[in-house]
Design a protein around this ligand. Structure first.
Ligand code: SF4
Length: 108
C-alpha cells in the first residue's frame, strides 16, 4: 500500500473506507510515545528502498525510532536478520550473500 509520503510499502496499512482515516505501520506497530509511528516517519524510512532492492523472504527487520540530536527530528533505523544463514545482515539492500553469493556476479 502507498504510504502518506507516496512510496509503496508492504508494511503500511490505511483504512479510508466510509470516511475513516486509520493508518498504521505494521512493522513498527503500536508503541507508546516517543517510539510511536507517525506518517512523517515514512518519508525517510529505509524499508521501502530495501524491499525494492531485495525480495529475500528470509530477512526480517527490527525497527528502531531514533532522534536526530541536532535537528530534533525522529527517523526509522533498522536492523536486519537472515533466518536462513542465522546472521545479522549488514547490507539489507544486498542481503547476507548465502542464497546469492556476491562472487557469482563477479565471476562472469
Ligand atoms: S515507517 Fe517505514 S516500514 Fe513503516 S509504513 Fe512507513 S515506510 Fe513502511
Amino acid at each position: 500500500m502507498r504510504t502518506p509520503s507516496g512510496i509503496e510499502c508492504a508494511y503500511f496499512y490505511g483504512n479510508y473506507f466510509r470516511g475513516k482515516s486509520d493508518e498504521e505501520c505494521r512493522l513498527i506497530g503500536k508503541q507508546k510515545a516517543p517510539n510511536n509511528w507517525t506518517p512523517d516517519l515514512c518519508l525517510t524510512c529505509p524499508i521501502p528502498g530495501i524491499l525494492r532492492a531485495n525480495a529475500c523472504k528470509n530477512m526480517s527487520f527490527t525497527p528502531k525510532i531514533s532522534k536526530n540530536w541536532f535537528l530534533g527530528k525522529r527517523h526509522v533505523t533498522i536492523a536486519s536478520y537472515c533466518s536462513k544463514s542465522n546472521s545479522i545482515v549488514k547490507s539489507p539492500h544486498v542481503g547476507c550473500g548465502m542464497c546469492h553469493p556476491f562472487g557469482e556476479i563477479l565471476d562472469d
